[in-house]
Design a binder for this molecule. Structure first.
Ligand code: RUQ
Ligand code: CUA
Length: 636
């Protein structure tokens, strides 16, 4: 435990905005990393606006039985590698969408269709570390088409189709290690998904001793992925390590927070400079350079244009901002964006309308900064309500700070105004926060989620590993009011919240869905009509079993194979009734999957056990669900 009276603990005067003192303090706290220390020091900076005891909420978060939520929330599943769909404001978990992980309920990572999406033969890792889910947009509005998510752990970006709520494409970004920040181009539509590679590495990273020792020679890259083809459209080399990213409302610019301007490889080294950067990328210029062939390629990915965006390049500008900035958030006003200081108690507000002048060298990089309000210790991410207010998480103080963007701009000009409207305690240590529709032009200022990294004592104890705590805050009135605690599993990092009118998922599969097109093509080759035939095809030691399912029956209840055969079971669910999903589980073979109404799914395994092997339906479908089964007879 840390004693708040410890004379070694730096004292900070709340009236004195001496940045360097704060920087020292926040650095110390980060390196100390103790929640107790954090609580003790946070008190010193609380200011006069710390939240009063709970106010009455001005809207109800209650969603009664049988009622539907107003919003879909798409939650990163963190290092579980999945994405979850929550209903808001109830915070009920509606669905889990496996992405980079193995999911035995649906057979994700087991079925042939999912393995094709996972590109399993080349990248057989059924693990992932999801951070940033973001929905595609048209003209700055969510268009309900895709949700994109990064895998920091294995340098991948995945796409989820919102009509079927399944992952349909995954790309492994070449020449890079660890995709972290991810956002979409907002205008005119999501042509690109912007993805920051975080860690600097040698190029080529081929094990040559010289290149590994030459730390100064390492670099990382900003990536643009074509949202339709999910191929990397271009990569831009940068100085420093890229953290988070966002885009503007003209389609012309993307920008990333960037720490380690020192280009160091150890913690002490990355802390040396008082300022790091926001790197602004001029997408127009980059596209023109690609078109004009002014790029190189790197070995192993000769179809991906690589451009040099390091300091001095005409493709980028580096705006110095205080110490290791983290979150990067564009405001719905279409004009301002905010870089969150992390190791500085400030956030930096930039005027995106000045970026043209910056790239034309009419102004200096710092001239785009229009405010740098001091908010508290450890600002990480900022959300907006569409009424001119911003909400910033301050990790060390464990608070959400509500502040007025316009007043912060006036204060930066020297006017004596108070830009802080309220500080609300959250439990505990918030990272991301997110408002309803807040990253689009349609920010509606109704709800705010604070994604807290710790839950400590907020829930029944389930052992040393604790849930995180996603807190629902009513922001529709003048005061923020905390209304709900929502435990979540495996640091969810980030979420996005979209009005239900923007998402229109299907209730049944369409028989011509591309998701199982390869399986349909295989059946055609075998002369099998999936909707009518129940057939066993033998092809050497490969056996393909095509069967239909109609509750409570499989079209085939007995088939013969030889010991050692490679068996592919293809099930087509002919049920047309909403919610009548069947399963297929081959006992003792590690094979199970889900087949929703009108879908085809297939799974391949080796018949490596002689004798009678039962299979059964493992998704409840009918009063006779238990009886929905059959036998595979394996001849020794
Ligand atoms: S990061 S706690 Cu991976 Cu989004 Cu900020
Ligand atoms: Cu079919 Cu249970």
């Amino acid at each position: 435990m840390i004693d708040p009276n410890d004379k070694d603990l730096p004292k900070v005067d709340a009236e004195d905005a001496n940045a360097s003192e704060h920087v020292k303090l926040s650095r110390r706290l980060f390196l100390g990393g103790s929640a107790a220390l954090v609580g003790a020091a946070g008190a010193g900076l609380g200011g006069s606006l710390v939240s009063a005891p709970a106010q009455a909420a001005s809207q109800s978060a209650h969603v009664g039985p049988g009622e539907l939520d107003e919003y879909y929330g798409f939650w990163s599943g963190g290092h579980s590698g999945e994405v979850r769909v929550l209903g808001l404001p109830s915070m009920r978990e509606l669905m889990r969408i496996p992405v980079f992980n193995l999911d035995c309920a649906t057979g994700w990572g087991l079925t042939n269709e999912s393995k094709e999406v996972l590109n399993y033969d080349e990248n057989p890792y059924l693990v992932g570390d999801c951070h940033h889910p973001h929905m595609s947009m048209t003209d700055g509005h969510y268009d309900g088409k895709y949700v994109f998510i990064n895998d920091k752990g294995n340098t991948r970006v995945a796409r989820i189709r919102c009509d079927i709520m399944k992952t349909d494409k995954i790309v492994t970004v070449p020449n890079c290690q660890a995709i972290h920040g991810l956002r979409v181009q907002k205008v005119p539509h999501t042509k690109y998904v912007f993805a920051n590679a975080e860690f600097r590495i040698p190029h080529p990273n081929n094990g040559a001793l010289e290149s590994m020792k030459d730390i100064e020679g390492y670099y990382t890259m900003f990536n643009a992925i074509d949202a339709e083809t999910m191929e990397v459209a271009f990569q831009v080399i940068v100085d420093g390590n890229l953290d988070n990213t966002d885009a503007d409302y003209t389609g012309k610019y993307a920008f990333s927070t960037c720490y380690n301007s020192e280009n160091a490889v150890d913690l002490a080294g990355t802390m040396r400079n008082e300022r790091d950067h926001v790197v602004i990328f001029n997408i127009e210029r980059i596209e023109a350079a690609v078109k004009a062939g002014k790029y190189t390629t790197l070995p192993g990915a000769d179809n991906v244009p690589v451009l040099d965006g390091r300091k001095g390049s005409q493709l980028t500008r580096y705006v110095p901002v205080p110490k290791s900035p983290h979150g990067m958030n564009t405001a719905p006003d279409g004009r301002h964006c905010v870089a969150n200081g992390k190791l500085s108690p400030t956030v930096t507000v930039m005027d995106m309308w000045k970026f043209d002048d910056l790239f034309d060298d009419k102004i200096k990089p710092r001239d785009v900064v229009v405010a740098e309000p001091e908010l508290g210790l450890g600002p990480l991410h900022t959300a907006f309500d569409g009424r001119g207010n911003a909400y910033t998480t301050v990790f060390i103080d464990s608070q959400i700070v509500k502040w007025d963007v316009q007043k912060a701009i006036e204060a930066y000009k020297g006017e004596k105004v108070n830009y802080i409207k309220q500080k609300l305690d959250v439990q505990y240590q918030p990272g991301h926060n997110h408002t309803t529709m807040g990253e689009t032009r349609d920010a509606d200022g109704k709800w705010l989620i604070s994604l807290c990294k710790f839950s400590k004592d907020r829930f029944l104890n389930c052992g040393p590993l604790h849930a995180e705590n996603d807190q629902l805050i009513d922001i529709s009135g003048d005061e923020m009011v905390l209304v709900h605690d929502g435990p979540t599993y495996a640091e969810p990092h980030d979420c996005m919240i979209v009005h239900r009118s923007k998402v229109k998922p299907s209730k049944l599969w369409s028989r011509d869905d591309p998701f199982f097109a390869s399986t349909v093509a295989m059946a055609e080759k075998d002369g099998v009509n999936l909707e009518t035939d129940n057939k066993v095809i033998r092809d050497g030691n490969k056996v393909r079993v095509y069967m239909t399912s109609v509750a409570p029956n499989y079209g085939i209840t007995e088939f013969n194979v030889k010991l050692g055969d490679e068996v592919t079971v293809v099930v087509t669910n002919l049920d047309k009734i909403e919610d009548v999903t069947h399963g297929f589980c081959m006992v003792n073979h590690g094979a199970q999957m889900e087949i929703s109404p009108q879908a085809t799914a297939s799974i391949t395994f080796t018949a490596d056990k002689p004798g009678v092997q039962w299979y059964y339906c493992n998704w409840f479908c009918h009063a006779l669900h238990m009886e929905m089964r059959g036998r595979m007879l394996v001849e020794a």
